[in-house]
Design a protein around this ligand. Structure first.
Ligand code: NDP
Length: 296
């Protein structure tokens, strides 16, 4: 079994690391807030590293799962940085939903140290991570993917080679832009229907048997909006970041994309209104506020 270092025990990183521990990997964890790594290590028989360099030392595969590519890049340098600990033969897998340009820059820097890099953002949410059923979108060498696939299989069931470095990031960003479009547009539609006298459960029942359905209408609205539970599993701030990346991909490729550009703007407005800890589905509350009604 390879030794795996996992850095970033956040909402999704933690259950991914749990799956690695359950699969029997020798696991080293590092987290910016050290107590989280210490309690994880005590609970799951892993080693809590003192620094990113300490985590990388002796690891066969280093996995990061941080908010953005910027935090991953910042972890590379300095005496405590990842580059100080990464050894010959190590592989670097970034499960952050990152941005393609920064991933390509990180890949170049690592290559100059003889370390191959793959962007490997995931989808499936916290529940998918807990169940080990994530989809993993890989950008990089196919040979590298073949090498790290047994490690990724601890938390992923659908592990897809998407293209060169940055391709996983691009695909993940577009996927999440579609998520944002669906949540926002479904909220607009249900708010209008509420004012027209149609109950949300009746509307969703019909939509989910018809062509307007989506994961938002089938799962997110029934489980999180109609119940008013709004559990905090995926921060709106992170979705704002993702849709911004997606809008950047369309511009970079010179594809006119007014819907995705507008959605990126809406996510930034919603993040400003609802704050850094709000869940992504809470954007519905802003639509409700604008409409002067509640979706029930
Ligand atoms: P969280 O905000 O819950 O956790 C972020 C993690 O990054 C924490 O471990 C945090 O440490 C660490 N961190 C934050 N800033 C820094 C920094 N400057 N230096 C070092 N570490 C830092 O995020 P998630 O776990 O939800 O998301 C992680 C990534 O996965 C994101 O890119 C997100 O878009 C993606 N993702 C999330 C999903 C979800 O459902 N939550 C689903 C799919 C992808 P600390 O404990 O100290 O705060």
């Amino acid at each position: 079994m390879p030794t795996v270092a996992f850095l970033g025990l956040g909402a999704i990183g933690r259950p991914m690391a749990v799956r690695l521990a359950l699969a029997g990997h020798r696991l080293v964890v590092w987290n910016r807030t050290a107590e989280r790594a210490a309690s994880f290590a005590a609970e799951h028989g892993a080693r809590a590293a003192a620094s990113p360099a300490d985590a990388a030392r002796g690891a066969d595969v280093v996995i990061t799962c941080l908010p953005t590519s910027r935090e991953v890049e910042q972890l590379l340098d300095g005496p405590d940085g990842l580059l100080a600990g990464l050894g010959d033969g190590a592989a670097f897998v970034d499960c952050t939903s990152g941005d393609p340009a920064t991933s390509r820059r990180i890949a170049e820097r690592l290559a100059s140290h003889g370390v191959p890099f793959m962007d490997a953002p995931v989808s499936g949410g916290v529940v998918g991570a807990e169940q080990g059923k994530l989809t993993v979108m890989c950008g990089g060498d196919e040979a590298l993917l073949a090498r790290v696939r047994p490690v990724l299989e601890a938390f992923g069931t659908k592990i897809v080679h998407c293209g060169p470095v940055g391709a996983g990031d691009a695909l993940k960003a577009i996927n999440n832009a579609l998520l944002a479009v669906h949540v926002w547009a479904t909220a607009e539609g249900l708010a209008a229907l509420a004012k027209a006298g149609v109950r949300a459960d009746v509307a969703l029942d019909v939509i989910n048997a018809s062509s307007g359905r989506s994961n938002a209408s089938m799962n997110l609205f029934p489980e999180r909006v109609l119940t008013r539970a709004f559990p905090r599993t995926f921060r709106l701030a992170l979705l704002d970041k993702d849709v911004g990346i997606a809008a950047g991909v369309t511009r970079e490729q010179r594809v006119p994309a007014p819907v995705l550009q507008l959605t990126a703007e809406l996510m930034t407005v919603a993040r400003g209104a609802l704050g850094e800890v709000a869940d992504h589905v809470e954007m519905v509350k802003l639509v409700e506020q604008w409409a002067g009604t509640e979706i029930r």
